[in-house]
Design a protein around this ligand. Structure first.
Ligand SMILES: Nc1ncnc2c1ncn2[C@@H]1O[C@H](COP(=O)(O)OP(=O)(O)OP(=O)(O)O)[C@@H](O)[C@H]1O
Ligand SMILES: [Mg+2]
Length: 219
């Protein structure tokens, strides 16, 4: 489903954020991405979400070479995947409900369908009571759960989540990880970056480790 071969990403500086990354993730797999701050986790996710292109090497998702997509195709591709950004990126002028509904509206679902599906996801992330609030007026953890809900509402084939539990207390973190595992068991390939070593150990899933832009572990 996700395949990197000999991928390098160099930012001006130069900063070598990713170095010779080889990685294969199968359809329906659940994988953690760990590594210290600055190791390259977000950079690697930006390659998968086509928010940036590799300096060299090949990144393929579902058989698509992401470096070959034109602007329209990139937009179409992004609409099909699910992304939880490290900084949430919610729309401030829309309610929590409207933020979560967005991927469904864009693909043209009927409003009744949207209503039903958004309510379902709001329940899953425990935010039903906040549906009409604006992001700036809810807590960091609630914003984070809104971002997660928006990323899963359209049942994407691939979900990448950058520190999805960074702002949540331990109990909520566990609930959200359970939810991501359920999303995975319904067929979505899930790739989660986290600093939470304890949780990674407990969950007993595949874990890919980055350090200084190098893939240093895969177990
Ligand atoms: N747009 C950019 N321009 C220049 N350097 C960048 C850019 N984005 C990231 N970097 C650098 O690339 C390296 C990897 O950054 P990245 O954001 O991928 O790390 P990370 O593992 O996600 O860290 P964190 O755990 O703090 O989120 C860092 O040295 C960072 O400063
Ligand atoms: Mg990061």
């Amino acid at each position: 489903m996700i395949e990197f071969s000999h991928v390098y990403k160099t930012y001006p500086g130069p900063v070598h954020a990713l170095k010779n990354i080889d990685l294969k993730i199968a359809k329906g797999e659940f994988v953690f991405l760990t590594g210290p701050s600055g190791a390259g986790k977000t950079s690697l996710f930006k390659m998968i979400s086509a928010f940036d292109v590799a300096t060299s090497g090949l990144v393929q998702v579902a058989g698509i070479d992401l470096s070959r997509l034109n602007e329209n195709k990139v937009a179409e591709y992004r609409r099909k995947i699910g992304v939880v950004f490290q900084d949430f990126r919610l729309l401030k002028d829309r309610t929590i409900f409207e933020n979560i509904a967005l991927p469904l509206q864009i693909r043209g679902d009927r409003s009744q369908q949207i209503q039903r599906r958004v309510q379902e996801v709001l329940e899953q992330v425990g935010l039903s009571h906040k549906y009409d609030q604006f992001p700036d007026f809810v807590s960091g953890g609630e914003q984070q759960r809104t971002a997660i809900a928006r990323a899963i509402v359209h049942q994407p084939g691939v979900l990448i989540a950058d520190e999805p539990t960074g702002n949540l207390d331990p109990k909520l973190s566990e609930e959200i990880m359970d939810l991501l595992e359920r999303v995975c068991s319904q067929g979505t390939t899930v790739f989660v970056a986290t600093h939470d070593q304890e949780m990674v150990r407990r969950r007993k899933k595949r874990r890919v480790d980055l350090k200084d832009g190098l893939l240093v572990g895969d177990q």
